[in-house]
Ligand binder design. Structure first.
Ligand code: AHR
Length: 331
């Protein structure tokens, strides 16, 4: 799990990339990259989580663009947020004898068997974005992505500071990401840890919204019905916060004022809501992992050693910072 990595060697790089939509199972060999003429292209099988959020769409586009730019033959599959689909896709890549497999595990547990199959087939595996809880870390070469515990902690620290010096009870509702996923587990624990020294900050309800806008709206409607006094919403991603904003407005309340909102990601729609004062604070989680992934793929295929944990560099945004960043925001 991520906590295991917090003290590990890191090599963070800020990435640039473009955006777009992701599709189903397909080969994305764009043929326009930098692979030397005559050399066999590296074949990378990538098993994506799904298309559940703006973040995921930007992540998929970053990977597709970076593969084309690097001259890597990308085989891409969309698991529609189901672990069994991801396992099936990985087994297909093993059967196809791809050079390297990468995936963003939908949940943390249950990967050992398929990872062992890849290892036995001598196909290196790279984890991107999300971690697995396998004890045997030789089952994959590296894990490239954010520290979700730190993201949750940043969200909690912001809230503690916001209510500094106040002792009145503050009722918090939490929209969790996909149950069992690393970002849901870690953003929850990081946030809880940050607020634990402030007994007036209380999480009164916490439920999964599966990282989607529709589920975020639905769960927030239920929270509003069951709890007459909600002061704060902590959403594990922007999409759920955006769905919740619709529910809050439909209930006749003002998001950002009647209910303060903190979320994670900093995708364009989230940043727009932050700039408009409907979200109060966003912790960034960068989806632009494509270029680093392609570098790593080339290295592991060449048998070079890579750092076991590579962290993404990220920041946080206030409404003013969102206004300034929005004109150049690509995703
Ligand atoms: O794993 C990263 C998370 O997955 C993003 O924060 C969320 O938006 C996405 O669905």
């Amino acid at each position: 799990m991520l906590k295991r990595w917090s003290a590990a060697v890191v090599g963070g790089v800020l990435l640039l990339g473009a955006l777009g939509a992701c599709g189903g199972e397909k080969s994305d060999d764009a043929g326009s990259g930098t692979a030397p003429k005559g050399d066999k292209k590296i074949v990378l099988g990538f098993a994506q989580v799904g298309a559940e959020s703006g973040w995921r769409t930007a992540n998929t586009k970053s990977i597709q663009d970076a593969a084309a730019a690097a001259g890597i033959d990308l085989k891409f599959s969309d698991a529609q947020q189901k672990q069994e689909n991801q396992i099936k896709a990985i087994r297909n890549y093993i059967a196809q004898k791809v050079d390297v497999i990468a995936f963003s595990p939908v949940v943390e547990s249950g990967w050992d068997t398929v990872l062992k199959e890849a290892k036995d087939a001598k196909i290196p595996v790279i984890l991107t974005d999300r971690a697995v809880d396998s004890k045997d870390t030789t089952l994959y070469k590296t894990f490239l992505g954010s520290d979700f515990v730190v993201e949750g902690k940043k969200a909690g620290d912001w809230l503690v500071n916001e209510y500094k010096g106040k002792t009145d009870p503050v009722n918090i509702v939490e929209l969790q990401g996909t149950t069992g996923s690393a970002p849901a587990n870690d953003r929850k624990s990081g946030f809880a840890d940050a607020i634990k020294g402030s007994p007036n900050l209380k999480i009164i309800a916490s439920q999964t919204g599966d990282f989607t806008r529709a589920k975020g709206k639905e769960v927030m409607e239920a929270f509003l019905k069951a709890n007459p006094k909600i002061d704060v919403l902590y959403a594990h991603n922007d999409d759920m916060a955006l769905g919740a904003i619709e529910a809050i407005e439909a209930a006749g309340k003002k998001p950002g004022t009647d209910i303060k909102i903190i979320s994670v990601d900093a995708v364009k729609d989230g940043m727009t809501a932050l700039a408009a004062g409907k979200i109060n604070h966003i912790v960034e989680c960068s989806p632009l992992l494509g270029p680093q992934l392609m570098d790593l793929a080339k290295k592991v295929v060449a048998g070079q050693s890579v750092e076991p944990r590579i962290l993404t560099v990220e920041s946080e945004f206030t409404p003013e910072q969102a206004k300034a960043a929005l004109p150049d925001r690509k995703y």
